[in-house]
Design a protein around this ligand. Structure first.
Ligand code: PMT
Length: 221
């Protein structure tokens, strides 16, 4: 029997990539499938939490019993997250938000006339950093996708974005990160401690992350 240890909590989970349109037929994005975030949303619902899932474009079905809000761009994801925030007690940001978007979205399909094409990009809002500034009593869990200096880079993000727990995955490792059914991560905490997780399925990792969330919420009273 699944313990209902998250009853009374309202989890806001983000998942998937964002798509930043270049023109009506092209976009800038990344390899996120949404599997990690959806696994968290599903497991949290089973453990008794109310769950809102803000999802970028994925091929996955909305998890049963989870309010699923579908968005495309980072700007849309930010708006959906901010709208859902007031009800949330825990926020888990597994989405791979595009850091940049095209400055201009062409209204018509860009024609293949020139030999080279330059697309200027501008920074997207950093949703997690914004949440870090306004989270109040909420528990904030971030993800860090790195390809080098995992601990150092993830620790910097934990501090800069004011999160309570950072799930750091080295996405260059076989079996970790984007797309597959498994992940390898290290959990980083505010007190400087960390916990190394071996290769496991994304469902197993979701369960473990939620174990820690339940413990941290209990500790916070
Ligand atoms: O979806 P899957 O295929 O299952 O893959 C899972 C995953 C690799 C996407 C997931 O495990 C993961 O690492 N997600 C975070 C990816 C990411 O964008 O990492 P980052 O280090 O670039 O960003 C750090 C954190 O800031 C993330 O929580 C991200 O959601 C957030 N962020 C980043 C940029 C931005 N503009 N706004 C944000 O909120």
């Amino acid at each position: 029997l699944t313990p209902k240890d998250l009853a009374g909590e309202h989890l806001l989970v983000t998942a998937g990539p964002t798509q930043e349109e270049i023109d009506p037929v092209r976009f800038v994005s990344n390899h996120s499938s949404g599997k990690m975030g959806y696994a968290i949303a599903r497991a949290a619902r089973r453990r008794g939490a109310e769950v809102t899932l803000v999802s970028g474009p994925t091929c996955l079905d909305a998890p049963w019993g989870v309010e699923t809000v579908r968005v495309a761009s980072a700007v849309e994801m930010r708006a959906a997250v901010m709208a859902a925030l007031p009800a949330a007690t825990v926020v888990i940001k597994a989405a791979a938000v595009a850091d940049y978007r095209p400055v201009v979205r062409a209204t018509g399909k860009i024609k293949k006339n020139a030999d080279s094409l330059v697309i200027e990009l501008e920074k997207n809002p950093d949703i997690l950093a914004e949440l870090g500034g306004i989270k109040g009593e909420r528990l904030l869990v971030g993800f860090a996708a790195e390809t080098a200096d995992l601990l150092e880079n993830a620790r910097k993000k934990l501090v800069a974005k004011n999160v309570d727990m950072m799930v750091a995955n080295d996405v260059s490792l076989e079996g970790a990160g984007f797309h597959g059914d498994t992940n390898i991560a290290r959990l980083l905490y505010r007190d400087g401690t960390s916990e190394e997780l071996p290769l496991m399925t994304k469902n197993e990792m979701a369960a473990l992350i939620l174990d820690r969330v339940a413990e941290l919420r209990k500790k916070a009273g």
